[in-house]
Design a binder for this molecule. Structure first.
Ligand code: G
Ligand code: G
Ligand code: MN
Ligand code: NA
Length: 254
């Protein structure tokens, strides 16, 4: 499958596509952003998960080429008339921390930033917490340079890594994404809300925005609202969807 990936990236770009998962303001229901997620449809193996092929691409040194496919797919989608933003909503992509040091990244992402803004969206980068904690000086500079261009950076899967709060404070990041394992534990017993409450306190102390991932039930959503978390994404509101079939409408207020 590793060989297949390398070959497909070169000769079968049509095997790749992107789905988008909406992010909402939990109180008003307003659509506040979209997270783009890459999909690989292999002719023989079928749908291969990015959880599988992203690590493979990293191992094989083709993560840059994978992001190239991602940007190509998104730019094609952005060309569609149905994909018009309102100017204040975000369009986030996931990138792997290892590629930040790659000097080609800026050249690769600039067209994404530009096309995104052109279509009325604000570009955002998501980087998983585990990897953010070992950034080289070069990577940090690169991340700062993106920040200087007005690109927001979100810490993905927050709570699963080993963030030093002192270090986190120095990072050019803007958003913490509460990992879905903590959201999935929210339920009738309010004691199960403590970790989420702690993450919200950290975000508050560091002056960062926060968004919850993986909201699947009404109860989880209302627990989050009680805790003062006002943004979220998850199957309860919307699953990731290809552009055809994607609704950019607001959700029901609550
Ligand atoms: O969309 P799904 O749940 O299958 O994603 C599984 C994992 O793959 C998630 O951690 C997600 O962040 C990651 N992922 C999805 N698309 C991309 C991508 O384009 N680039 C990178 N680096 N990771 C991605
Ligand atoms: O690591 P990252 O947050 O980028 O992972 C995104 C992945 O989470 C996507 O592949 C998406 O399919 C998945 N996802 C999104 N919403 C939900 C949800 O409500 N429940 C579960 N179990 N997975 C979700
Ligand atoms: Mn993500
Ligand atoms: Na995540």
């Amino acid at each position: 499958i590793s060989e297949s990936l390398v070959a497909s990236l070169k000769v079968s770009p049509e095997e790749f596509s992107v789905v988008y998962q909406p992010q909402y303001d939990l109180d008003s229901g307003r659509l506040v952003g979209l997270e783009a997620l890459l999909r690989w449809q292999h002719p023989e193996f079928g749908a291969v998960s990015p959880a599988e092929f992203v690590p493979l691409a990293e191992q094989r040194g083709v993560i840059h080429e994978l992001t190239e496919q991602l940007v190509r797919c998104i730019r094609r989608d952005l060309d569609s008339d149905t994909f018009i933003g309102k100017g204040d909503q975000r369009l986030a992509i996931n990138i792997s921390a290892r590629q930040i040091a790659d000097s080609r990244l800026e050249h690769l992402l600039d067209p994404f930033f530009e096309a995104t803004r052109q279509a009325g969206w604000l570009p955002e980068l998501e980087i998983t917490e585990t990897h953010l904690m070992n950034l080289s000086r070069r990577s940090l500079e690169q991340l700062r340079a993106f920040g200087d261009k007005g690109v927001t950076v979100a810490v993905d899967d927050f709570g699963t890594g080993y963030s030093s709060l002192a270090y986190l404070q120095t990072l050019p990041v803007h958003v913490l994404k509460i990992d879905r394992q903590f959201v999935s534990r929210l339920g009738p017993d309010r004691r199960d809300s403590r970790i989420v409450a702690a993450i919200l306190a950290i975000a508050d102390a560091l002056d960062l925005e926060v968004i919850a991932e993986g909201i699947e039930t009404e109860l989880q959503k209302s627990r989050l609202q009680e805790l003062n978390c006002h943004r979220g994404q998850g199957y309860l509101m919307a699953r990731p969807s290809p552009l055809a079939g994607l609704s950019l409408a607001d959700a029901e207020p609550s």
